[in-house]
Design a protein around this ligand. Sequence first.
Ligand code: GDD
Ligand code: MN
Length: 365
Amino acid sequence: MPPLISIIVPCYKERPNVRPLVASLDAALAGRDWEVIFVDDDSPDGTSDEIRSLGAIDPRVRGLRRIGRRGLSSAVIEGVLASSAPLIAVMDGDLQHDETRLVPMLDAVAQGVCDIAVGSRHVAGGDASGLSSPWRHRLSETGIRIAQRLLPMRPGFAPLGDPMSGFFACERRYFEQVAPRLSGEGFKILLDLILSAPQPPRVLEIPARFRPRIAGESKLDVLVLVQFAVMLLDKACRGYLPGRFIAFAVVGGAGVLVNLVVLDLMRRSGAHFGTSQTVGTIVAMGVNFWLNNALTYRDRRLRGRRMWQGLALFMLVCSAGGVANIGIARALHDAHHGWEPAGAAGAAIGVVWNYAVSSTLIWRL
Ligand code: GDD
Ligand code: MN
């Protein structure tokens, strides 16, 4: 028989926190039928070894180890999919989420009071003092404001005080119903879940304290913020364009800028147009490859020898994309279409080609 409750814990480099977390769950969930599923992205600090050695003596501790992948949201999704319990809760593996709130959250869901119970820092009794710096406070507030602006797009939905929380509970069936629509990008799985639900979920906020982190460090960085923007764009486009494609196109736009800047610098230093444009194009392709590797395909990032192979292949593919772009634009232009529509059609075909080949060939190396 599967347990009644699965606690899903995404973790990356949290070795020192694994044991204390299980001990705190043991106390907080005393008398309940529960398991914990850690989803570790092959942390170099041996987090998975720690999980496994605990699991050997305590069958309530399970581990899912992903290799060559990164990402909080996708880790949570796979953790939920690995569960067979009727109730799930998602919490961080760094002891920042207050495990004593789990029981009221799970009970609210089990009693049918709500679809999703959120451990919230921004309702009466909640506390966000654990954010490490004034910078993090401001960032969190900005994120909440942006998210709230997006949320009312769903009719009949009351604004949520803490849409950025990563601490929540729901029925596994509910999560699985929404799962195929999730973008799975970045850090904000709760927001993703709410925005992806076919109908506005009934959300109940339960006050929770966000504790300061003691061991290990936060994995939030600039790229995670960019991924947040991509996830929101993905949702704003209502899934018509995949988030990855949007990221790829934005990176492509940045490449055009790089190309123009290099062209201008070389012109000032007296180089010929042909040479300058060639260098500009190569530099832009290199920058695009790096950005796509670090961002668009972050979860499949290429390293070492495979990265250099990927770079070479990327340059080839983009060159072919350029040839296709020019060929199609020229054909349309010859068929008496205007400059702009012909140029735009060529560019669009070029981006789609580059994206298709990058997704299927390069970041699958
Ligand atoms: N598997 C996996 N893969 N886990 C990850 C990854 C990853 O790429 N990145 C982060 N995690 C895990 C961390 O190990 C931790 O257990 C949890 O996800 C949260 O990551 P932190 O790096 O500690 O994030 P934070 O404290 O800045 O942000 C948290 O607080 C936000 C509220 O401000 C997250 O829980 C957010 O979801 C939450 O909303
Ligand atoms: Mn944290």
